[in-house]
Every structure is written in C-alpha cells, then in structure tokens.
Design a protein around this ligand. Sequence first.
Ligand code: FAD
Length: 325
Amino acid sequence: MAKKVVVLGEIRNGELRAVSYEAIAAAKEVANGGEVVGLLLGENVNILANEIIHYGADRVITVEHPDLRAYTPDAFLQAILQVLDAEKPEGLILGHTAIGKDISPRIAAKLKSGLISDAVSVEVAGEEVLFTRPIYSGKAFEKKVIQDGIVFATIRPNNIAPLEKDESRSGEVREVNVDIKDLRTVIKDIVRKTTGGIDLSEAKVIVSGGRGVKSADGFKPIQELADVLGGAVGASRGACDADYCDYSLQIGQTGKVVTPDLYIACGISGAIQHVAGMSNAKVIVAINKDPEAPIFNIADYGIVGDLFEVLPLITEEFKKVAVNS
Ligand code: FAD
C-alpha cells in the first residue's frame, strides 16, 4: 500500500546533515510509491527546502520559529506533533542521531505508536515494511515490522544510500505556523568544544587511536593520516580515560556508533565494548604490535607493528597517491 511518509531533515550549522538525505531514501522505500514529505524546523530553514526535494522528497513543510533555533525536546516535540496531526502520515523517519534518539521515543509515546530504532536497512515485503537493525552490539541482526499504527523508525547514519541529487526536481514548499508554549528549557548559548572537523557518525574514513598512542602527542600521526584521507579522528575509551583525547571522540558501546567505509584502528586492543561501535565499518584495518590482539579477529587487514613506525609510512604513501591523482 502506498503511504505518506514524513522525514525530519536535521540541520547543523545551517546545513542539512547527510543522514537527512539517507532518511529520504528510506522514506521512499517505506512510501512504496506514496508521498515523501520533508519537515524542516528552525530559523531560516526555508532556504534548505529545495535541497530536500532535490534528494527525493515530493514536498516540504517548514516551521520557522525562534524557539526552534536550537534543539530542545519540548519545542521540537510540540512542533512535530502539530505537523503530524495536520498531515496524518502513515510513516515517519528520523536519523538515529543524538536528536533522533532523544525525540523519537517522546513522539512514539505521544502517538502511542511503536518505534524501530537504529535501522540499517529497510525493505518492503508484500504489505509489510521490514527494518533490519543490529543487536548484541552488532554481533547479529534482527528484522522488525510495525504491525499497527504509523511506520516509525530511526535510521543509522551512513548505512542507507541517499538517492542521486536531481536539481530538476521541484515540489511544494509550505511554511506552517505552530504554537509553542510552556517550555521547560531554553537554550541561551551553545559553546562548542571542538571547532569544525568531520562528524564522526557521518565520516567515511575514521582513523582511531587507543591507549597504544601513549600520550596526547601520540595522536599527531593519527590526525595526519586522517587529514590526508579526508577523514575524522576517533578513539577508544582507553585513550579517553588516559586523557590523551576528548571523550567526544570515543567510539564504542558507551561512545559513538560509526559505520565508515574505512576504519583504521591504531593501538587499540579490540575490547568488545569498542568493537560494538565500529564492527559494521565496511573495511577495518588494525595496526597493533601484539599479533594476538583481538582487534585482528575482526580486521580485514592487519599490520603487526609499532604504530609510530607504520603510520608515517602509510601517510607518506597516501600523500603520493593524493598528489598523483
Ligand atoms: P588497551 O586495551 O590497553 O589496548 C592498547 C593496545 O595498544 C594493545 O593491544 C597494545 O598491544 C597496543 N599497543 C601498545 N603500544 C603500541 C604501539 N606502539 N603500536 C601499536 N600497538 C600498540 N571502550 C571503548 O573503546 N569504547 C566504549 O564505548 C567502551 N565502553 C565501555 C563500557 C563499559 C561498561 C566497560 C566496562 C568498558 C568500556 N570500554 C569501552 C572499555 C573497554 O573495555 C577497553 O578497556 C578499552 O576499549 C581499551 O582501550 P584500548 O584498546 O585503547 O586499550
């Protein structure tokens, strides 16, 4: 059955996050020939509406409101519920981001609906929409369907390919008003810890350091390789606990879950809690001086050696490729 599916476009620093385009691709699948409606909340978001349409949405609803300038659960929830009430969609897709993880259970509770979180793929089988999601820290996958009510899911960044951008696509962009009141929290200011950089959850290449880097300075060769590859720097909790880097870089069960095309683990032993955050990377390369390190069990390519000798050699080689290409 064709469905109307709403997709929340996530905006960061005035730009749509890549997961928004991936959510549209997932929504297209769920819609099964029906309508995909983009939803943008914030200030000056109208300018992003066409971008959503170019990536496959049929039309876009924008809500411009000063209380939506930065994410707060109260304001976003009120705005989303009012739009859903007016649109009455059969599907809703969000990115499995910090915002998606925070707001989606609140929406599900208000709608009294089910929620499939952290889906990595979606397919339509007959009348059912099947979502696949990792379980047991990525060791297995389960397929889930929502049997009753709105088809509601969050999708893990970097797993569902976005549709090709088509600038010739057009669609209706409609601004709607919402009533936002009784906010329990107000964001006064946002102070960013790190400046710029590539978002770990959306990075295609991640070079990660563990306790084996031995100091904050030990992250320098890791950063150099990441820069040459146009990637982001990650870390194990071991490295964060030892104060070699900031906790915002931590990957794993209690850190970020990442799915890059290439993950290079340097001086990381491969504890299960770390692996939980990166085992779904497409290609895993491990550099470790201990040939028995568990990280080699999940690595596609392993280099047994001292990371301080190996990394500069690899970085040099990649630099040559970059210059020649
Ligand atoms: P280590 O285990 O100490 O490994 C260091 C590795 O570096 C070793 O394999 C060593 O051979 C290698 N090495 C040393 N020197 C060199 C060198 N010069 N060149 C090459 N290799 C070298 N961990 C996470 O990462 N993420 C999480 O989210 C997370 N959540 C957790 C949640 C809970 C509830 C618990 C209990 C633990 C959690 N941990 C997490 C911690 C986890 O169990 C490990 O302790 C941690 O991942 C170890 O970090 P590490 O691999 O950097 O350090």
